[in-house]
Design a protein around this ligand. Structure first.
Ligand code: PEP
Ligand code: MG
Length: 584
């Protein structure tokens, strides 16, 4: 039995057999053509381009129908790449000037592009490399014919083990056969991961060395909740996981009943539970899981998924769709939080230390026309329902003042143009840098609300990169420093009557629910599927109990003590829900 640890990207647990998918990239010989053949070769290329574009348009439509808009944006991104002349002109150039065959020119151009993405040293670019190979393969298929994938021979239920998967490969999975997948490469925000979630196939990526050890037909367990993969499990482990799969199915059913129940403690205090979303499609998921609004709309994904900047109109349409789906429930739109691990060569640039660089509000304030377009779209949406705007990574009061000034200016312009909007639209900030947390009382005087972003607050307070698996054990919201910062922020906010929510991953982790309520938070925003789990805790505790837990946590010296204690507290409240997530 071999146990591997990777990055969980799509939840669920499956037991099955291995099917290796190790399709080699097609090798294209470096062949020259005669001068008189150049025009014909260019024509061949244009034809393959047109066929690929037609195919992608059909694929996008089909994906939208079967899996929804979020999954379809991936093929919209592919279409955008192929329609972008900065991508295709180097191919034409290579045929015309260097006189290489169309297939070699395509292959060389995409290799160059993939190399450029790889050199960016940034996880967002790394995840795009797959998209580049996908397009390369598609164009080559039209030029030189089908390269049959092993996947075509899969005639039974199996778990795919692959070095990497392209989005097209993932989208083409037959769900009745592919019950899970594991890859060597990949990250949480890769398109392949997004598709796995849309397809509802448990998946773990970043599992190094598995492909060397695995072979077809071996038994394998994929735990997409915890990022664990077990190759050749023993009987006892298989039984344990089979029980867990049954428990999870029961838990899913009983949690479904909670959706319509109010989120109140046993002594009647309401705890707002909101959802964090990246795409409008997820609004529906938040509502069906019993969420009462959107506490964080990560709008940067609108920019990351597009090769060109979305226009004001396109952005407005997205916000409008969200407001309409929410039917009067609140929507917090966070202005684009680009940079650091959420980068794109159109919106950011390579930096030596991107997490401390020109990201988030800093980027926006250096790119005012782009920022203005987004603010105009948000302000216009405020006419249609309760929209709030939130600025990310505020570290100095000047950033907040500058952003507010720009917002006022945008509002004045719109008023002059006779456009409707809510002049009193609340303006809030993310508290996700220690500087903002420490002087929260200063920010409270000029903010309408706060949202504590523990993901970055932990990263910057503990000096631990949130994306680096080598220091992952040091990255925890249980550290006493985080406890103290949250406590101080909530106190300062209360004194100034500034409503405060929390939207980092800790908000959706049931081990933290009691503590966060005990620290005075009454609004939590999280990954939509976690809302029922947190609601279950909320409905099982009273405020006094939560405050006692928070006081006790305040007396601990180390994150280990805090974690162990919070685990015990949670296990006592709902043992069965906790058991499902704690199998080690
Ligand atoms: C955070 O930092 O806690 C947060 C919610 O923002 P993001 O995860 O998008 O950085
Ligand atoms: Mg953040």
């Amino acid at each position: 039995m071999d146990v591997f640890k990777g990055i969980p990207v799509a939840p669920g647990v499956v037991v099955g057999t291995v099917f290796i998918l190790d399709d080699e990239r097609v090798r294209i010989p470096r062949r020259k053509i005669r001068k008189e053949d150049v025009e014909r070769e260019l024509e061949r290329f244009e034809e393959s381009l047109k066929d690929s574009i037609d195919e992608l348009a059909a694929l996008r439509a089909r994906t939208e129908e079967e899996l929804g808009g979020e999954a379809a944006t991936i093929f919209a991104f592919h279409l955008g790449m192929l329609s972008d002349r900065t991508v295709t002109d180097p191919i034409r150039e290579r045929i015309r000037t260097d006189r290489f065959t169309a297939e070699f020119s395509v292959s060389a151009a995409f290799e160059n592009l993939a190399d450029r993405f790889a050199r960016m040293g940034d996880s967002t670019f790394q995840t795009k490399i797959n998209d580049v190979w996908d397009l390369d393969r598609r164009l080559l298929r039209h030029l030189i014919g089908e390269h049959r994938s092993r996947l075509d021979y899969l005639d039974h239920q199996a778990i795919i083990v692959a070095p990497d998967l392209t989005p097209s490969q993932t989208a083409s999975f037959d769900r009745s056969r592919v019950i899970g997948f594991v890859t060597d490469a990949g990250g949480k925000t890769s398109h392949t991961a997004i598709l796995a979630r849309a397809l509802d196939i448990p998946a773990v990526v970043g599992v190094e060395k598995l492909i060397q050890k695995a072979s077809d037909g071996q038994k394998i367990i994929v735990d997409g909740d915890r990022g664990v993969v077990i190759l050749k499990p023993d009987e006892e482990t298989i039984e344990e996981y089979t029980r867990r799969i049954e428990d999870l199915a029961k838990l899913r059913l009983s949690l479904g009943e909670l959706a319509d129940k109010p989120s109140i403690t046993t002594d009647g205090v309401e705890i707002e539970l909101h959802g964090n979303i990246e795409f409008p499609l997820e609004v529906e998921t938040v509502l069906t899981h019993g969420g009462s609004g959107i506490g964080l709309f990560r709008t940067e994904f609108l920019f990351l998924n597009s090769v060109v900047e979305p226009t004001e109109e396109e952005q407005f349409e997205v916000y409008r769709e969200c407001v309409e789906l929410l039917k009067g429930k609140p929507l917090v739109v966070r202005t684009m939080d680009l940079g650091s691990d959420k980068a794109h060569d159109r919106w950011a640039f390579p930096e030596r230390n991107p997490a401390l660089g020109c990201r988030s509000i800093r980027y926006c304030l250096q790119h005012l026309p782009t920022f203005r377009r987004q603010l105009r779209a948000i302000v216009r949406a405020s006419a249609l329902g309760p929209v709030k705007v939130m600025f990310p990574l505020i570290t100095t009061i000047h950033e907040l003042r500058q952003a507010r000034l720009l917002l006022r200016d945008v509002m004045d312009d719109l008023a002059e143009e006779g456009v409707d909007f809510d002049r009193k639209m609340p303006v809030g900030i993310m508290i996700e840098a220690p500087s903002a947390a420490i002087v929260a009382s200063i920010f409270a005087r000029e903010s309408d609300f706060f949202s504590i972003g523990t993901n970055d607050l932990v990263q910057y307070t503990l000096a631990v990169d949130r994306t680096n698996e080598r220091v992952a054990p040091l990255y925890t919201a249980a550290h006493p420093a985080i406890h103290r910062l949250i406590k101080d922020v909530v106190r300062a906010a209360r004194r100034h009557k500034v409503p405060t929510s929390i939207c980092g991953e800790a908000a959706g982790d049931i081990e933290y629910t009691v503590l966060l309520i005990g620290l005075g938070l009454r609004s939590l925003s999280m990954t939509p599927s976690l809302i029922p789990h947190v609601k279950r805790i909320v409905r099982s505790v009273d405020i006094g109990q939560c405050e006692r837990v928070a006081r006790k946590v305040g007396s601990f010296d180390s994150e280990r003590q805090v974690s162990a204690y919070l685990r015990d507290v949670t296990r006592t409240i709902i043992p069965e829900a906790f058991d499902g997530r704690s199998v080690e």
